[in-house]
Design a protein around this ligand. Structure first.
Ligand code: EPZ
Length: 438
């Protein structure tokens, strides 16, 4: 089976790898191309499965795609955007969460949109209520069918004033992609302000949009009548970069991540330093290394930007199994993001998960029966195991654990990791890991 990776661990990772554009930006910038009247060109695009899924969806809607995967360049021509056949869209059901972001652009271009059942990582309920409420407030009609969601815009969407119950990344992007061509002014409060969102705003501005990011998470958009194509280089993938940094720390290694940038990773770098890792910011990337000696335990809480990203949590927890003492990790973004620790326990880690909000402020999930806090006690040597990849980041964390463990682990369902980590097997080999596919 091609979906199994054998990892003979116990060797520190050493060497240099490159990360390209951020998965969680590139897919959104691709959707934005639908809003333009002329072609867009996006560069620094990684070869990951999510890019393939969004390319497929764009093509179904009549967007002409020319890709140079090696150079990382995508040209998208939206001149002939058209409605796709429901059966064709349905074939993408469950593949990704990006289809929900097509709503605004398609409503503006065609007056209607159909969104299949969504996929993405199973790390919590991941509802789309904020998205649907936003679309309704702009004036769209939302009809839930057994196969997906049918949306129509009886007339031009109207600017509106919205306050999000929580600074959701996707809902903020939904609003941006809809408001830019709506009539009048839209004001969003309690918006998410992740760097990937700022890069999307930069893309939309290049297309002709008028967007201001005010203090206190308020974003104001003045709708315009037309947008044109853009030319843009995607910001680097700070989640992938932090994943490799955590792998360097957990294995006692030394990895240069070209393409990693300091401003977007400041919060991670602070934590990395507190755990005892060292880094060196260079012109073309960041070197992450274990300086020798003991790693230190920490108290950590995930949060929306500028807090510690939830997507950094899973890889770092593996490194925390090697720190001397008790670490506390409070996950406040997703209610169910510690499932991956089951496998780590099976490999010898000592990790307890709790329903209480430990080590920080109370969050939305306290008192609600979700195991969303973890206590990690280390250092514990890890042993090889037979593991099944649960989700994208959890899966990469399992890979890190297998790299740190003595002996040969069997990691199954490795295809999930291709969704967001470009050529990860080649990169592992470049860093000296002993891995092979079944
Ligand atoms: C994006 O997901 C990313 N995905 C996630 O990365 C990332 O973990 C997350 O943002 C937070 O940074 C993509 O960009 C494709 P949210 P998104 O809306 O937009 C709740 C990865 O591994 N919520 O900010 O779906 C939700 O349940 C992935 O790369 C609602 O209640 O995340 C969650 O608790 C995993 N109703 C919280 O908000 C809604 O309608 C934050 O979710 C929407 C969200």
């Amino acid at each position: 089976m091609n979906d199994v990776l054998y990892v003979n661990g116990g060797t520190p990772l050493h060497g240099e790898i490159t990360v390209r554009g951020a998965k969680n930006f590139v897919s959104k910038a691709m959707v934005a191309s639908v809003l333009g009247e002329t072609p867009s060109v996006l560069s620094n695009v990684p070869q990951i499965r999510d890019v393939g899924v969004v390319s497929g969806l764009l093509a179904l809607h009549g967007v002409g795609i020319e890709a140079d995967p090696v150079a990382g360049v995508l040209r998208m021509d939206p001149t002939d955007v058209e409605s796709a056949h429901v059966a064709d869209i349905d074939a993408h059901a469950g593949a990704s969460r990006i289809p929900i972001l097509f709503c605004g652009p398609l409503l503006h271009r065609l007056g209607e949109a159909f969104i299949p059942d969504l996929g993405g990582c199973r790390i919590g309920d991941r509802p789309i209520d904020f998205h649907l409420e936003i679309l309704r407030q702009f004036g769209a009609t939302v009809e839930k069918l057994s196969s997906g969601i049918q949306l129509t815009a009886p007339r031009r969407l109207q600017g509106t004033k919205i306050a999000l119950p929580y600074p959701s990344v996707g809902a903020t992007e939904q609003l941006l992609l809809t408001a830019v061509r709506a009539e009048g002014i839209t004001e969003l409060s309690n918006a998410a302000i992740e760097p990937e969102i700022m890069d999307l705003i930069a893309v939309l501005q290049k297309m002709g949009a008028i967007i201001s990011v005010d203090t206190d998470r308020v974003i104001r958009i003045e709708g315009v009548d037309r947008l044109v194509g853009y030319r843009h280089r995607a910001l680097g993938d700070r989640i992938e970069a932090a994943s490799w940094a955590s792998a360097a720390l957990a294995t006692g290694g030394d990895v240069v991540v070209k393409g990693a940038t300091q401003p977007e990773m400041m919060t991670f770098l602070n934590t990395f330093r507190k755990v005892g890792g060292q880094f060196d910011v260079r012109e073309d990337g960041i070197r992450f290394f274990h300086p020798g000696g003991d790693l230190s335990p920490i108290v950590l809480e995930t949060d929306v930007h500028p807090g510690f990203m939830t997507d950094w949590q899973q890889p770092l927890v593996v490194a925390l199994t090697q720190a001397k003492g008790l670490s506390i990790v409070h996950e406040t973004v997703y209610e169910n993001r510690f499932g991956f620790t089951d496998a780590l326990r099976g490999m010898g880690a000592t990790i307890g998960v709790y329903k209480e909000c430990l080590g920080g402020s109370p969050c939305r999930f306290g008192q609600r029966n979700f195991h969303h806090s973890a206590v990690v006690s280390g250092p514990t040597p890890l042993e090889a195991a037979d593991i099944e990849v649960p989700d994208l980041r959890g899966g990469f964390s399992h890979l890190i654990a297998a790299l740190a463990a003595k002996g040969t682990s069997t990691v199954r369902g490795i295809g999930l990791i291709d969704r967001g980590y470009e050529h990860f097997q080649d990169k592992l080999v470049a860093l000296g890991a002993d891995v092979s596919r079944a």
